[in-house]
Design a protein around this ligand. Structure first.
Ligand code: DX5
Ligand code: ZN
Length: 227
């Protein structure tokens, strides 16, 4: 993964057909997805349950772009190696998931993956100064984690502006996760974000047998951002 700040759209498979992940991933990549966002939920850190390392390993052969694994789990550390061995390119952990995020990020990079730090909507950026040289990505949640199809939380726009300043010229992506649509996407790219996760806005109206809407939806988001 070489670093550049060009716009990337990362469809979240949480909004895909759970009975056909491999086909869905191939279809949405063929329609223009830049990354594939994989939402791992444990029913403890978030009030929902999705999948774990075996499912990530099963989809890995179908991902030809970047497997961006978002861990909405606590604790994180016992599972890092399993997700790395499953083929994750990026592993993102939540600042709120435990008391030793510094160690968690060290372990993610130690496992050979890019390290991401996720911040819930209620979490500020004042306490991440000593983490910015340990991450390749900061994920700003624009919904409370656990579900797709929720409404975008506009207060996060100001957080992204301040985060972009704080990051400076470090090779660190700002990823936005939740409620991204052609209406909300430009608000975040103008504020300094470069990776946009979109689940419902990308997968709506299409299917593995009819993937054209995926491309239309991706193009609508890109066009709205002037890309
Ligand atoms: C929520 C997940 C998001 C979600 C995005 O906990 O982290 O990635 O799937 O879905 P939309 O784009 O529909 O808000
Ligand atoms: Zn996510």
């Amino acid at each position: 993964m070489t670093f550049d700040r060009s716009l990337k759209i990362a469809p979240s498979i949480l909004s895909a057909d759970f009975a056909n992940f491999g086909q869905e991933i191939r279809a949405v990549e063929a329609q223009g997805a830049d990354w594939i966002h994989v939402d791992v939920m444990d029913g403890h850190f978030v009030p929902n349950l999705t999948f774990g390392p075996p499912m990530c390993a099963a989809i890995r052969p179908h991902v030809s772009t970047v497997m961006d694994v978002h861990l909405m789990i606590a604790p994180v550390d016992p599972y890092i190696d399993a997700f790395a061995q499953a083929g994750a390119d990026v592993i993102t952990a939540h600042l709120e998931a435990g008391p030793h995020i510094h160690r968690t990020l060290q372990a993610i990079r130690g496992a050979g993956c890019k390290a991401g730090l996720a911040l819930n909507p209620g979490t500020g950026i004042d306490d991440i100064d000593y983490l910015l040289d340990m991450v390749d990505l900061v994920c700003v949640m624009t919904v409370n984690p656990g579900f797709g199809g929720q409404k975008f939380i506009h207060s996060q726009i100001d957080k992204v502006r301040r985060l972009r300043d704080k990051i400076g010229d470090r090779p660190v992506h700002i990823e936005i996760d939740g409620g991204i649509t052609p209406e909300t996407a430009p608000l975040m790219t103008q504020a300094g974000a470069d990776v946009l996760v979109a689940g419902s806005a990308v997968f709506k109206g299409g299917s593995v047998d009819n993937p054209a809407p995926y491309g239309e939806n991706l193009r609508a988001i890109r066009a709205a951002c002037g890309a």
